[in-house]
Design a protein around this ligand. Structure first.
Ligand code: IMP
Length: 412
């Protein structure tokens, strides 16, 4: 069937995109918005992402399913740009099932997404160990992301459309090379068994998600694009080589979902009121010592996938401006403002000189903003900070996070 291009209203999709190095707290705004959207779609990346979801009063870290998946009215899409580790996906589906949620009937997995095998994880670890020996470790999540995208680019990847096939021959063909080059053994039988078992659960969900999303738009359904990782980790626009292997921008999300550019209405850029990074790479405004520790503890800054302590520091405006430019952010969500409640002086990086950050200092507010739900009730000094970020980026700050709870968000 020939799909009618541009049949839906222009600008009917909203994208939520991280503007820093990930972990900006995108899940909360997504949770807030999800109720109003018919489809929640993830475009790129794999089980390197991690968001905490509360299922049956217990916290779980989900890696593949978007954080909006608990909204039972919503169709969930895993797009063509993703690399999918099936055992992880099955684990997440099982967890939801135990809580009485059967996500499979509303799950659409792109037949073009790539399968990430266990051997990709072994390869990621081998590459990372080798780089670490020469002091050039990236600090990947070791989830096999780089090697899976390598296979995709080398055109030897295996896509979801083949989930019901016997893949033994394809996997065996890789076995000798990987054994010789990396000392890695592919357990062909185990990989095949795992695919076979997974197929029993998700084969019916594998479909042409491009056609699905287009049909959704044609029938005036609303799509929420849940960005994974963040702009400074983008393979092209991030702090290469200390980046992930996918395109994490809004353009990457459109590519990963096969959506046309004019479908985008809102692009919500999410930024912490300070900044964190996991893994290696430059971080001009990183703060060591007591202040860094305080930000880490107050912000609970430990990797949700790897549990690594996150490096902490101050917001760097030039990066935020660049992210807003690349993504065409129509508004910003500043998260975790309350983490700064105990800082006497709050610094914002505004430029760079001789390899060091140049700061503008702001007086802190030294009182609790936790749970404040209206802008007027924010301390004056917090308003000054917010308005400076807004003025410097030229992007309105529409949402301000003031705590973990659902209602703890100022909407302006
Ligand atoms: P990879 O994506 O596992 O290859 O890791 C490459 C870099 O991206 C490492 O520095 C990771 O810590 C970082 N990274 C990947 N995914 C995330 C994420 O969801 N949040 C924060 N950092 C991430």
């Amino acid at each position: 069937m020939l799909m009618k291009a541009n049949s839906a209203a222009v600008g009917d999709c909203t994208a939520v995109i991280g503007t820093q190095w990930g972990d900006e707290g995108k899940g909360k705004i997504i949770d807030m918005l999800a109720a109003e959207y018919d489809v929640i779609a993830r475009a790129c990346g794999g089980a390197n992402a991690g968001h905490t979801i509360v299922v049956a009063e217990k916290k779980h870290v989900f890696r593949l399913l978007p954080s909006g998946c608990l909204h039972e009215h919503a169709q969930i899409v895993l797009g063509s740009g993703m690399v999918i580790h099936l055992p992880t996906l099955i684990e997440e589906i099982d967890l939801l099932r135990q809580a009485g949620i059967d996500i499979v009937p509303r799950l659409k997995i792109s037949h073009e997404a790539h399968i990430l095998f266990d051997f990709h994880k072994l390869l990621d670890a081998a590459n990372e160990d080798h780089r670490a020996k020469t002091g050039k470790g990236i600090g990947t999540t070791r989830r096999g992301i780089g090697p899976a995208y390598c296979d995709k680019a080398a055109r030897i990847g295996i896509r979801m459309e083949r989930i019901s096939e016997n893949l033994a021959e394809d996997l065996s063909a890789r076995k000798d090379t990987l054994q010789r080059a990396y000392g890695i053994t592919i357990d062909v039988d185990a990989e095949c068994r795992c695919i076979e078992e997974s197929a029993k659960i998700v084969a019916s969900s594998v479909t042409d998600t491009v056609a699905f999303l287009s049909a959704m738009r044609s029938s005036r359904k609303h799509i929420l694009i849940e960005g994974a990782q963040a702009t400074l980790l983008d393979i092209d626009h991030g702090t290469y080589p200390y980046v992930t292997s996918s395109s994490t921008t809004v353009a990457g999300a459109l590519q990963g979902l096969g959506l046309p550019p004019q479908c985008i209405g809102e692009v919500i850029g999410v930024a912490k009121a300070y900044c964190t990074r996991v893994g290696a790479g430059d971080f001009l405004t990183e703060v060591q010592g007591e202040t860094g520790e305080r930000l880490r503890e107050r912000g609970g800054e430990y990797g949700s996938v790897t549990k690594r302590p996150r490096r902490c520091g101050w917001l760097f405006l030039p990066d935020l401006q660049r992210s807003a430019m690349i993504n065409g952010c129509t508004c910003l969500n500043i998260t975790k403002l309350d983490v700064l409640d105990t800082e006497e002086v709050i610094r914002i990086g505004v430029g760079e000189s001789q390899g060091k950050a140049v700061y503008k200092d702001f007086a802190g507010w030294m009182c609790s903003t936790a749970g404040v739900a209206s802008y007027e009730r924010l301390p004056k000094n917090a308003q000054v900070l917010i308005e400076c970020i807004e003025m410097e980026t030229g992007v309105p700050i529409r949402y301000i996070g003031t705590g973990q709870g659902r209602g703890e968000m100022i909407i302006r």
